[in-house]
Ligand binder design. Structure first.
Ligand SMILES: Nc1ncnc2c1ncn2[C@@H]1O[C@H](COP(=O)(O)OP(=O)(O)OP(=O)(O)O)[C@@H](O)[C@H]1O
Ligand SMILES: [Mg+2]
Length: 299
């Protein structure tokens, strides 16, 4: 069964780098892979030029898409717009632009972002999906919105069932039930088929927030797979340099906190001389991520 790897963490820690490395590695193993970004300021294009909000094959076997609000809401309109308009216009004297207001409903955009992911997962086209997510707060809001949306739809469904006898013609209950069912399937996908790789750097905030994120994901019901510490300074780079040694000492304490407190195996990636943007460098990182020993950056 295809599963989703969610790559999450604070802004700038290396989520896109890790997600791309994992994706390339899986392609090299012969898998068909979808690399999907839900970061509104996603930067997959840095690594795979030509990635856009239209799903496309960026190298043989690797499909990629950067979901934007515009693309997601366009799909939403296509799928539900007309039905919603019919229901509302049977009750109230409204024009089609009512849909623009509805698009602003909290949770709706998130719902459709995740329904895109669910459709791709159910399509059977991929052996693996790698999900490059927005920085911590955005991802947690996205997940939180699902449970709120689900509760809200359950309430709405009950209210409409009670009102049913008073309404003539329009019947929103089927629509609401359809959404509730969709949201239920999304929650199921997140809890049963998604595993998280949480990324941090050996500094105070990324470590603290990364540990909090692991906690929040587990509470939500998303299983954790790996705790990645990126940009760990190599010990031998500049033994006579006081500044570098001070930096190393500081990093050490955060490396230790991460190792001590992560509930899942740790992978450490070294700070590289240049940004790992080409497939060779990314595959090198992937080798550590996939096959490395717990905590050993040079395995
Ligand atoms: N191990 C590394 N060594 C050197 N540079 C790195 C390393 N890992 C990542 N970088 C560079 O750091 C920058 C940020 O990485 P990346 O874009 O993967 O982070 P991100 O978590 O996806 O950021 P955002 O939160 O903005 O999406 C990029 O320029 C990337 O090439
Ligand atoms: Mg990114």
């Amino acid at each position: 069964m295809t599963t989703v790897r969610l790559v999450a963490g604070k802004g700038g820690v290396g989520k896109t780098t890790v997600a791309s490395a994992l994706a390339l590695h899986a392609v090299q193993r012969g898998e068909r892979v979808l690399l999907l970004s839900t970061d509104p300021t996603g930067a997959l294009g840095q690594i795979f030029p030509g990635v856009s909000d239209e799903l496309g094959e960026v190298t043989p076997g690797l499909f990629a898409v950067e979901l934007t609000r515009r693309a997601v809401l366009a799909r939403w309109r296509e799928r539900f717009g007309e039905e919603i308009y019919q229901v509302i216009s049977a009750l109230l004297p409204v024009e089609r632009d009512i849909l623009e207001y509805i698009e602003g409903v909290p949770g709706l955009e998130e719902e459709f972002l995740l329904s895109y992911l669910l459709d791709e997962l159910d399509s059977g086209r991929y052996d693996r999906i790698i999900w490059d997510s927005a920085p911590t707060a955005g991802t947690l809001a996205l997940l939180e919105a699902q449970t709120l949306f689900y509760d809200h739809l359950t309430q709405a469904h009950r209210i409409y069932l009670r009102l049913h006898g008073y309404m003539s013609g329009a019947d929103p209950t089927a629509l609401i039930e359809g959404w509730r069912e969709l949201t239920g399937r999304i929650l199921e996908m997140l809890r049963a088929r998604t595993r998280a790789w949480v990324v941090a750097q050996p500094e105070r905030l990324p470590v603290v927030q990364g540990l909090e994120l692991m906690d929040a994901l587990e509470r939500f019901g998303i299983g954790l797979e790996r705790a990645v510490l990126n940009r760990v300074l190599p010990r031998e780079a500049c033994p006579d340099c006081a500044f570098y040694r001070a930096k190393l000492t500081q990093q050490r304490s955060w490396v230790e906190s991460w190792r001590r407190e992560s509930p899942v195996p740790v992978r450490e990636l070294p700070e590289l001389e240049k940004n790992p943007l080409n497939p060779g460098d990314l595959l090198e990182l992937a080798r550590i991520l996939e096959d490395g020993e717990d905590g050993d950056p040079y395995a």
